[in-house]
Design a protein around this ligand. Structure first.
Ligand code: SF4
Length: 470
């Protein structure tokens, strides 16, 4: 069993800084909108065509963003539209149809889909017929690979047994849902009141409908959370026994998400208290037999994420931890992010502009980034740290044609302090996170982020760019 995680308090003050979560490298703040720079958004169609022609036999990931929610949760950091208008949803489905017609002309839809995900917002804010219409519209072009992962985010407050049944009938085999905290006073403070019965009922419907995996999101760092209260939340979660649990640190970024300013910051736990919440939870999930995958994810041992973690093949993309290493991702919908032909791409985040763009030209890409060989090298290192807790220098040297120690002399020098602090161990062969380093892995990854280094040199970082690591 894992030893209780103890992070010396004086370390907390130094390491509870802002840092990226590295679902991509470079992170989205460093992608360009300027066609004069490395990526021209107008070339999206050509990128899709190139990816279709170059790798016809490789499966892809397919993400669709449905941005609507009935109410705004105060902690929310997603791209959401608060609306109950059915007309607006119909118009949005029509816009996705435009995007699909454009994509179809590039030939990319001939590649099989291995990972299929609907996120939001709340995809189940669409009614059962709309869900079926959207799925039909996508699948009249694309086809699933054998054993595809077909998942959807649901909000138990608005999701009906009929929707779950219809989704399972379409082939959805995984659901993910936010719970955050079961304690009533915390739920009131974050304006997301969701009874335990609602959560249990949706999970039971999913299981009865034959879905094989349930993910539950919890958040620590919210107002009125206490060790006893959060222990109860974790115990209830363990009793429900989801296959996967994401235990996120609340990202308080009111300068980016204005509604978060209404959060009662005086009632939030301190960095030290947050570490207790996190350490208690790790201990509880570990005792219950869950595997700690790193950063903020846990899974049952038989889950394929745990198997990948044991094999050292875990990966990370915009959807979080995944077994789908290096897969190109096609994205549909407002603000959605994809990765195609060596480029990150993102659709415009403004809904009316998205609808107008796709109606006029079939796509709404507004920024992206063409990966350079150096980006790929640094991404490989950062993702290895974030996913597998270690970097095998010889593998990196062989795959990227470099001398690791000579190329990263500056970065390895900067790791001296984290080494002294017990976050990381350096040897001739590898960089390896310690248990404390697993919690603070974002801090260990930061020295390898060239863009962040340049931002710092230009005086462009600070609280306005990234969330706190703890
Ligand atoms: S339901 Fe999810 S996406 Fe919608 S406002 Fe709440 S946290 Fe945000």
């Amino acid at each position: 069993m894992r030893e209780r995680l103890e992070v010396p308090k004086e370390l907390l003050a130094r390491y509870a800084t802002s840092a990226p979560r590295y679902t991509s490298y470079p992170t989205a703040v460093d992608w360009e909108k300027d066609p004069e720079k490395a990526f021209d958004p107008a070339t999206y169609g050509e990128r899709l065509e190139a990816a279709a022609a170059a790798r016809p036999g490789e499966a892809i990931s397919l993400y669709t963003h449905i941005p609507y929610c009935a109410e705004l949760c105060l902690f929310c950091g997603c791209n959401v539209q608060i609306s109950r208008s059915n007309e607006r949803r119909e118009r949005y489905l029509e816009a996705i149809e435009h995007e699909l017609r454009f994509i179809e002309r590039t030939g990319i839809q001939k590649r099989a889909v291995k990972q299929f995900h609907w996120g939001g917002g709340t995809p189940t804010s669409l009614d059962p017929d709309q869900l079926e219409q959207l799925f039909g519209s996508i699948m009249s072009r694309f086809h699933m690979a054998e054993g595809a992962e077909v998942s959807i985010e649901v909000d138990p407050r608005v999701t009906t047994p009929e929707q779950i049944e219809r989704l399972a009938g379409l082939g959805f085999n995984r659901i993910s849902m936010g719970v955050q905290d079961f304690e009533p006073d915390v739920q009131q403070a974050i304006k997301r009141v969701q009874s335990e019965e609602m959560t249990r009922s949706v999970i039971q419907s999913a299981r009865e409908a034959g879905m094989k995996s349930v993910n539950v999101d919890l958040i620590y760092g919210l107002p009125h959370q206490t060790r006893d209260g959060f222990k109860r939340t974790v115990e209830t979660t363990l009793d429900i026994a989801p296959e996967r649990v994401a235990l996120f640190h609340y990202a308080h970024v009111p300068w980016m998400k204005k509604h978060q300013a209404a959060m009662d910051t005086d009632a939030m736990p301190s960095a030290e208290q947050k570490l207790d919440l996190f350490a208690d939870s790790i201990e509880a999930f570990d005792t219950a037999g869950y595997v700690y995958l790193g950063l903020d994810h846990f899974a049952l041992p038989e889950d394929e994420l745990s198997v990948a973690a044991a094999d050292g093949t875990l990966h990370r993309n915009f959807m979080g931890y995944t077994t789908q290493r290096g897969r190109e991702m096609i994205s549909l919908g407002v603000s959605s992010i994809g990765e195609v032909d060596g480029c990150y791409v993102q659709n415009i985040a403004n809904e009316p502009e998205y609808v107008k763009d796709v109606a006029e030209r079939g796509f709404a890409t507004y920024r992206g980034h063409a990966m350079t060989p150096e980006d790929r090298l640094r991404r490989d290192i950062i993702l290895e740290l974030m996913c597998n807790g270690r970097v095998d220098k010889r593998r990196i040297e062989a795959e990227h044609g470099i001398d690791f120690d000579a190329t990263f002399a500056l970065e390895l020098g900067e790791l001296r302090v984290p080494v002294e602090d017990g976050l990381v161990e350096l040897s001739a062969e590898q960089i390896k996170l310690t248990p404390v380093g697993q919690v603070l892995m974002r801090n260990v990854a930061v020295p390898f982020d060239r863009y962040l280094r340049e931002r710092k040199a230009r005086g462009e970082t600070g609280k306005s760019t990234f969330s706190k690591t703890l």
